[in-house]
Design a protein around this ligand. Structure first.
Ligand code: ZN
Ligand code: ZN
Length: 236
């Protein structure tokens, strides 16, 4: 797919941040950059490539929240389009970086496919190694770590049972699942991961790329598992 950069950038410059549900802010990805989420004013999920850090910092600062409460930066997986901004966000917020144990090594050794995004590899030390069923708590939310290998070995989703939202990284998008043809990817593991999240009661899907999806998430996963929707190749 061809992206019209100028159009895309000017559009985003006017309307960078959205709040799909109360307590969840979303900065839609621009160019290679993944979506970035701020949950309950306490947790950042993914940091994009870092290219748009100054604008996002300004917008977060303008939300009127106490930024000293942002204590954790969660990476849904190690790829550069989700972790390239980690260092900038950590330097600013003095927050801890968390990533699943199986993706930690790749993040720390700079094996994040930065070259694919026309960027220099970065070496980022993680502060917290996440495991399946860990719970990340904020004042209003309780997000369970669901280990969903397939796109990468340490890909995770975050599931909030009460508000019924799933932050899905590059495991699930509004129109398909993540690609499994990159290093550490596995279509067999992706299938198991999708089967696992198909058992969750999800109303809101907050993916790593593209727009959020409200309703129909169970049906979407069924379609993917039935083979009628393929992996989305454009998104790494
Ligand atoms: Zn990825
Ligand atoms: Zn991605």
């Amino acid at each position: 797919m061809q992206v019209n950069w100028k159009l895309s950038l000017s559009f985003r410059a006017r309307r960078l941040c959205m709040q799909p549900i109360k307590g969840v802010y979303l900065w839609p990805g621009v160019g290679f950059s993944s979506n970035i989420y701020l949950i309950d004013g306490e947790v950042i999920v993914d940091t994009g490539t870092g290219d748009f850090f100054p604008q996002i910092k300004n917008e977060i600062s303008g939300l009127g929240i106490d930024i000293s409460k942002i204590r954790t930066i969660v990476n849904t997986h190690h790829h550069f389009d989700h972790t390239g901004g980690d260092k900038k966000f950590r330097d600013w917020l003095k927050a801890n970086i968390a990533i699943h144990a199986a993706d930690r090594g790749a993040l720390e050794h700079g094996e994040t496919l930065a070259e694919l995004f026309e960027a220099q590899a970065k070496f980022i030390t993680a502060d917290i190694a996440l495991e399946d069923k860990d719970v990340i708590r904020t004042r209003h939310f309780s997000m369970e770590v669901v280990h969903t290998p397939g796109h990468t070995p340490g890909s995770i989703c975050l599931y909030e049972r009460k508000r019924r939202f799933l932050i899905s990284g590059d495991t699930l998008f509004e129109d398909g699942c993540g690609r499994t043809d990159m290093p550490g990817g596995s279509s067999e593991e992706m299938k198991h991961s999708l089967q696992r999240i198909s058992r969750l009661d999800i109303e809101y899907l907050f993916p790593g790329h593209g727009g959020p999806k409200i309703g129909g998430v169970g049906f979407l996963i069924k379609q993917i598992l039935a083979g009628s929707l393929k992996a989305t190749k454009a998104e790494a």
